[in-house]
Design a binder for this molecule. Structure first.
Ligand code: IMP
Length: 436
């Protein structure tokens, strides 16, 4: 199979284990590019027992010879990025302008965005979104507003930037003090700090869209690394309980500055159950001993915020929708569980019921908090599966569960992850398994 580019995208509410899949395939690519989200993401990679949690830097940074790109669609927080770069360097990972390229057009998350984010949430009280408090929503809101936005390339023109920032900070201070009685920000101090970030990163800041389009023209493989998950997409997710960017594969062309056909072979990543952090509808949620057992077994605590994740059964209705939306060619099924005493059966939601009607096809306008789920029960397996390296090594019950998911989603399960380490991976029907 002649595969040019690869896209790895989450099909649930984030935290699907995309980092591991990107890590596994990243070594075969020349570029790994982020196109959405920002430091709200937390991608975990386990390299021979050494754990890395990446928020803004693409997971390809852990491979030599991969050029990592932060695309224009990312909400870029220089403070978080710099800490991450320094942390990686201290652990012996090379990060410089040869292997990290930052889009001059990426929007910058500023200190007032983070304050706005937490104050908005406080003001909403019980109706809050449950954001990661990373300033993501306010940064994208300013992007759409235009006059109050800052882009990464602006930091490289200090005088112009300082003048503009004074105006922006004045607007923000007025709003924040009127609405929240907040202490005003000092524009010049902030300008100094962000001009300094610009200096430190200047050699990495460039026109990443042009770089990626040239890579496409030269046949150099790009892996697009999705953030969050399709059900958190600002257009197609469980709105308004979503993030503020286009996180599905549909967001790649505009978020990376490449033509739509550059998306390539799409791997949709899904856990063998479901989880969600923050508020919002979650039809298969198990707020009970089953949810507790899944959380315990799957170590479901946020990489970015440490929050316990809400857990529930596999939702094939939402998954089919997300896979169709992203054009998933295959599925990577992650965090396959084993040996949980409390669980005798794994349940799969195959349809919803709403006002006495059976709903087989996901409808984003449906009041998802009011649907009930139609389940199939599949016998759980108790034997440990962490050492399985082939599909046949898995207990028959696990094989049956995976095969049923494959049928329900109408596409092959390409990759099965049976544990955090790189090698705890089964290449099942993966079209890329022989990719060099
Ligand atoms: P925000 O992106 O910080 O504005 O958060 C909006 C919603 O998206 C909240 O429910 C967050 O918990 C969720 N969210 C954002 N990023 C991630 C992620 O990387 N994984 C899981 N949930 C996320």
């Amino acid at each position: 199979m002649d595969v040019k580019n690869v896209t790895v995208v989450g099909l649930q509410w984030g935290d699907e284990g995309k980092g591991k899949v990107v890590d596994a395939l990243g070594r075969t690519c020349r570029y790994v590019a982020r196109y959405c989200g920002g430091a709200n993401a937390g991608h975990s990679v386990d390299v021979q027992g050494e754990k890395f949690a990446l928020h803004l830097i693409p997971c390809g940074i852990l491979h030599e010879n991969v050029v990592n790109v932060v695309g224009n669609g990312v909400a870029f927080d220089p403070a978080v990025a710099w800490e991450e770069i320094e942390g990686l360097r201290q652990r012996g990972v090379k990060v410089d302008s040869t292997n990290l390229k930052l889009s001059a057009c990426a929007h910058v998350v500023m200190p007032y965005h983070k304050l706005q984010d937490s104050l908005n949430e406080q003001m909403l009280g019980g109706a809050k979104i449950g954001t990661t408090n990373r300033g993501i929503g306010p940064c994208y809101a300013d992007k759409a507003c235009r006059s109050t936005a800052v882009r990464l390339g602006d930091l490289l023109r200090p005088d112009e930037f300082r003048t503009r920032l004074r105006g922006i900070v004045e607007t923000k201070n007025r709003m924040l003090s009127a609405m929240h009685d907040a202490t005003p920000f000092d524009a010049d101090k902030m300008a100094d700090e962000y001009i300094e970030f610009g200096k430190r990163m200047s050699s990495m800041i460039c026109d990443t869209g042009s770089l990626l389009r040239k890579a496409c023209a030269n046949g150099e493989r790009i892996l697009f690394e999705g953030g969050q998950g399709a059900m958190l997409d600002v257009d197609h997710g469980t709105y308004p309980f979503v993030t503020s960017s286009s996180v599905t594969a549909c967001g790649i062309p505009s978020g990376a500055g490449v033509p739509p056909k550059a998306v390539g072979h799409v791997i949709g990543v899904a856990k063998s159950y479901a989880s969600r952090v923050g508020q919002g509808p979650f039809p298969t949620e198990q707020d009970n001993e089953f949810g507790d057992a899944i959380r315990r077994r799957g170590k479901e605590f946020g990489t970015t915020t440490g929050r316990p994740r809400r857990c529930g059964w596999f939702d094939a209705v939402a998954l089919r929708y997300a896979a169709d939306l992203c054009g998933a060619d295959e599925i990577a099924l992650t965090v396959l569980m084993d040996g949980e005493e409390q669980i005798d059966a794994f349940r799969i939601c195959t349809a919803y019921e709403f006002e006495g009607r059976r709903i087989d096809e996901y409808d984003p306008s449906l009041p998802l908090d009011k649907v009930s789920c139609v389940y199939e029960d599949w016998p759980a397996w108790k034997a440990p599966i962490g050492t399985a390296r082939k599909f046949d090594d898995l207990p028959p019950e696990a094989q049956a569960y995976i095969t049923r998911i494959e049928q329900l989603l109408g596409r092959p399960i390409g990759v099965i992850s049976v544990g955090p380490p790189r090698e705890a991976t089964i290449m099942h029907h993966c079209a890329l398994k022989d990719l060099k």
